[in-house]
Design a protein around this ligand. Structure first.
Ligand SMILES: Nc1ncnc2c1ncn2[C@@H]1O[C@H](COP(=O)(O)OP(=O)(O)O)[C@@H](O)[C@H]1O
Ligand SMILES: [Mg+2]
Length: 511
């Protein structure tokens, strides 16, 4: 294929105080190609792309568009050059419609909404989007909002599109749709830069992969010649083991028995309906489902945080005696001698106290009414040190307020803390969301270690590839109901996908 270079970056350098975010980076972005930009958390991907979208200016270095040197001083300059970026955080006005948001900030649009709708429709037909121009943003799902952001940059004539971790907030089905759109754009000779941590996606959708490591440009490879292993090695800078071991635990016993669990939210809507399953010692039980299928309510009911309308949640002790958990607060559950670790979806809201450092957060577990499981500060200090080293948390000290750490690092602290207390039941929601591949694998290994210590681990996850490799069984939720419980060693991705979208996996959603 003849290369058709749209943008070339030469020796780009960008610093923030003493942090060198981009160190002499060279990069080519071609038309008619999807380029993935890959690198661990903090390697400089967003910063580099923000210099193309006019948010930042480089300290030094040059940018060429179609061979001519350009200066991009503002987002307006970027649009003028046909560069559009879809950021991780959206900039939409909630009370406006899709169409109003799409033309927001354009001076020469005199609000002829009929013409706007026509043009939006034309863009949608061309690339395969599904947009209702009259829908208000507050009625939209995350995926629909993202679509509006993409249409917005296309409306402004973007021919070079940059998407910063768009799939982090999407379900597998939504991701497939987005990729279909990206492929259509590629056919239309647009240049596309996609940032994602998910290697399966990189291998699936990209033509080339450019790798950054600690602010430096490592190289660009053809995706055809790359593997998950080769990309990870380039990203991390040394050989990394990418296997998830799935050892078998010798004597599994029932640990947690859930029967006929039904929970209802404040609006009287069923969030879980008649959910029954058993979690066993020495087992990782995966929980799959599209976002909002009841995963959160399930874990919160077990920990005593979500009121239960009907059903039972029983903890079975080693001697066979049983503790009923329904009706108990988190504190009462712990006082009954039932040990649980919990990595909630909402890290700072429920898991950690932002103003405190790592050590104090090891002591304080706010979701359990703030009671420490430790008697002295020595143990939490050594725990904090352990988490700091093992998970390579980037922080100046174990006393540095966690609120001021980056998202990925906050998460490492929380996951590390919950694992380190060796609980008999370990509940995790999206334990690796937003974490780079290397740290993710460290966490998979730690979960497996807990399993082999006899813990009953529940892993709510979004990457089907990981669920299939890591878990022993997978519970699939669909609309708050158990759609199936399958053996992770034999089930296929397609079977799980089907169970996620219709109870029992029957086509058409019939029950
Ligand atoms: N506005 C900023 N102020 C200070 N430091 C920043 C800023 N933006 C990014 N950084 C730092 O620059 C480095 C690269 O960050 P970023 O480009 O966001 O990485 P990535 O997108 O690869 O995760 C990190 O060390 C980050 O903390
Ligand atoms: Mg980033």
């Amino acid at each position: 294929m003849q290369e058709n270079c749209a943008i070339e970056l030469k020796n780009i350098r960008k610093t923030f105080g003493s942090v060198v975010a981009n160190d002499e980076i060279n990069l080519k972005i071609n038309r008619g190609e999807i380029l993935c930009l890959l690198g661990e958390n903090g390697s400089g991907k967003t910063t580099l792309m923000n210099m193309l979208s006019g948010i930042y200016q480089p300290d030094s270095g040059e940018i060429f568009k179609d061979g001519e040197q350009v200066a991009i001083r503002s987002p307006r300059d970027a649009y003028g050059l046909g560069i559009g970026m879809i950021h991780q955080h959206y900039h939409l006005v909630d009370v406006f419609t899709a169409a109003q948001n799409i033309i927001l900030g354009l001076e020469n649009e005199k609000m002829d909404l009929g013409a706007v709708n026509d043009k939006v429709k034309e863009i949608c037909d061309r690339y395969g989007f599904n947009v209702d121009p009259k829908k208000k943003v507050y009625d939209m799902s995350v995926s629909q909002k993202q679509t509006i952001e993409i249409v917005k940059v296309l409306y402004r004539g973007a021919e070079i599109l940059i998407l910063d971790e768009p799939t982090a907030v999407l379900t597998p089905q939504e991701t497939d749709k987005l990729f279909a759109v990206l492929r259509n754009m590629k056919k239309d000779n647009k240049a596309i830069v996609l940032i994602t941590h998910k290697l399966a996606e990189v291998l699936d959708v990209s033509d080339k992969v450019a790798i950054l490591r600690k602010g430096k440009y490592i190289g660009t490879v053809n995706t055809k010649e790359a593997t998950a292993q080769s990309l990870t090695d380039m990203m991390v800078g040394r050989a990394v083991t990418l296997n998830i071991d799935r050892p078998v635990y010798a004597n599994p016993k029932d640990r947690l028995e859930i029967k006929g669990l039904t929970v209802v939210d404040n609006d009287g809507i069923n969030r879980l309906t008649d959910v029954s399953f058993t979690a066993r010692t020495g087992e990782i039980l995966g929980v799959a489902g599209i976002a909002g299928s009841g995963q959160r309510e399930l874990l919160e009911s077990i920990t005593g945080l979500y009121p239960v309308k009907e059903g039972s949640i029983t903890f079975i002790n080693d001697d066979g005696s049983r503790n009923e958990l329904v009706g108990k607060t988190p504190m009462q559950i712990r006082q009954a001698g039932v040990g649980m670790g919990f990595v909630p979806e909402d890290r700072l809201g429920m898991g950690l106290v932002g103003s405190m450092g790592m050590t104090n957060n090891m002591m304080l577990r706010s979701w359990r009414n703030g009671k420490s499981i430790f008697f002295s500060k020595k143990e939490p200090q050594s725990l904090a040190d352990k988490v700091w080293k093992e998970l390579e948390v980037v922080t100046p000290s174990t006393e540095f307020p966690v609120r001021r750490m980056s998202g990925g690092n906050i998460q490492k602290v929380l996951v590390g803390r919950e694992i380190a207390s060796n609980p008999p039941v370990l509940l995790t929601a999206y334990a690796v969301r937003g974490l780079d591949i290397n740290t993710s694998y460290t966490i998979y290994n730690l979960l497996t270690e807990q399993k082999m210590n006899g813990a009953a681990v529940m892993y709510v996850g979004e990457e089907l590839d990981v669920l299939l490799q890591l878990c022993d069984r997978i519970l699939v939720l669909c609309g708050g109901k158990v759609s199936g419980i399958v053996d992770a060693r034999t089930v296929t991705k397609e079977q799980i996908g089907l169970l996620m979208t219709s109870v029992g996996g029957s086509k058409g959603g019939a029950e």
